[in-house]
Design a protein around this ligand. Sequence first.
Ligand code: CUA
Length: 325
Amino acid sequence: MTPSPFRLFPERASSMAAPVDHLFLFLCLLTFCISLGVAVCLIYFALRYRRKDALSKGAPIEGSLTLELTWSTIPMLIFVLIFYWGAKLYVALATPPQDALQVYVVAKQWMWKFQHLGGQTEMGELHIPIGRDIKLTLATEDVIHSFFVPAFRIKTDIVPGRYRTVWFRALRPGAYHLFCAEFCGTNHSGMLGAIIALPEAEYQNWLQGGKTTGSSAAEGEKLFAQLGCNTCHLSERQGRAPVLFGLYGKPVPLRDGRTVIADDSYLRESILVPAAKIVAGFEPIMPSFTGLLREEQVLLLLAYIQSLGGEQPAPAATHPELELR
Ligand code: CUA
């Protein structure tokens, strides 16, 4: 498809692009109509009720309850509609579908690195199948970057020290621009990438061709052994450290009485800053891995821990994006 030079919007290439545009267009149209209404009234009243001679006086005006109620109620209903529409869309965008295909993304000055669960890694390009929900777990190695794919209408800041997730479903094959949308240093403007959306069969071909190492989980297991994690985190409970089998996505009771879910963020924190949350029944004896592991290595460890069983951390609700058209 050749993009028209007069096109106002980027291509709508994801399942959420149309719903996002509809809300945006609605807001533009509403703003335009109200501005127009105000301008027309202003001009009309200025002409109609202008002071005609030096002696004329304005007529006394009593309040009107009906008028007051009308101009309070109608805007309120409009605002409630905007809130409802926006909130629904936001929740849909923020809630990755349960069975989404997961890809890890690491941003660093000034490149994008993608890590597929099958072990394929890519720089600057992400190959994904069309028609399937893709969930990205994003981390940054250094400063704040922002993952922005206009054609998919997704944009998320990636903040050091925490994971962000974003999801999309590409509708058509193609190469879509990926921008960094946060000024992140000298070559920020060159921090570009592409999302390559392929039909399922071509994607499968690509997966086979792009494979150079074991799966992320297998690489993570190697790293786990190299770092000596397995000397304490044994497959059976032996007292020194929590068992990691079946842990992923499950609730974990802490020593201070709280319970947390063993999601990516919790596991990452427990690797890098083990003392932050101590599991009930254990001592804070694990050494910190801050500075010893790169974000992509942490992600490999997470892929390994995820492969040991457990559940997908449950999103709050199923995404209602289909009703939103
Ligand atoms: Cu990364 Cu701008």
